[in-house]
Design a protein around this ligand. Sequence first.
Ligand code: 9WN
Length: 419
Amino acid sequence: MEARPAVDDAALGREALAVLEANWTGSGTVPAPGLYPHQWSWDSAFVVIGLARHRPERAREELLSLLSGQWATGMVPHIVFHTREAYFPGPSVWRSQEHESAPRVCTSGLTSPPLQALALRWLYRHTGDVGFVRRAFPLLVAQHHYLASARDLGGAGLAAIVHPWESGMDDSPAWDQPLGALPAIGYGYHNAEPAERHPDSDHDRYVWLAMRYRDAGYRAEYLRDEHPFAVEDPMFNGIWLASCQALAELAPVARADPTPHAEQAERIRQAMLDRLWDGCFYPRDLRSDRLIKVCTVGAFGPLLDPGLPSDHLHACVEVLESARFMGATGYPVPSCEIRAAQFDRTRYWRGPSWVNTNWLLRRAADVHSLDQLGRQLTNGTLRLVRQAGFRECFDPFDGSGRGCRDFSWSAALTLDLLA
Ligand code: 9WN
């Protein structure tokens, strides 16, 4: 493990702000220099959350800059390309500009966990900026409307992801089953990626799926009737539910009616209980109509809901604290349960710990007043970044850093955890 000189809270906070300053391009914060040279949707929302208290003006710019990529359908894309930096798949693959509903700036054609309303609520909590809430609120209502209409592919009130990239957890073992059901593909889209990221076979499938959707004109009917990958994911929907509740809370500020947002949250809760619960929350593969029975950190997304029934809450927390997850590793929270055959402490979303999922679970602990769990998550996460720096992810057993350095959400959420 790399040794770093001991840093106190104030110095760690200054380092975090310096990373975010360096990753600001003038039109958004990149997740990390080099590997991710554009603005990614949920990364950007985490940056807004981290900057809300310290640099509210920058946080507002960050959110508006992301929302400049919103499509007329309401869809907030998972990548907004503000600069011409090379990235694959870039604008020439997505071809967003061939679509009437696309914005002027180039974007991807997929979406990502809808964390923006929660981020807006965070910003409002720290700034009390009514004018900004009024400006951003309708855009987020449109985002939620898109999810409730174009993405309710199962017809039961949940939003389906149509690509592993939409989960934010690309190579999670949760997607092995639906990806394995795709035809054998040999497109040869080789990526010059380190082994701890995606093997070529997975990357081929990612690109193939994205291009099928593009070639179908990014149409909702195609997603419903033909697209071969459609999954109801508990983390995506848990975040959406939390964002619906944030819109309900912000509605009076925006002079809007909170009721539809509160009702939407209730629909999501009920549908997750009816469709994704089997002793723990699991993703549902809509194409095989089966639960995907591997327990990953995504299983804990519904904990973000203050209205989660107490039986379900206690069962989830028991799994989280058990030797399947936090109870066995020195650091919170492995991205896959460690007893699963697919667990791999070295590979991206198949084992390593991530600051963003730790932060989401810390938020869930706050929501349910689980103070000890909250402290464990906060202290464990701060220990990771103090020891290894603002890395992309971390070995859950020894805390060593993995992936990129100077990773924006690791820095941003550290600022929030330090507060
Ligand atoms: C594909 C930017 C993004 C994060 C995702 C993370 C990773 C991209 C990749 O990086 O995804 O979008 O190249 O694997 O999995 O959560 O938003 O940081």
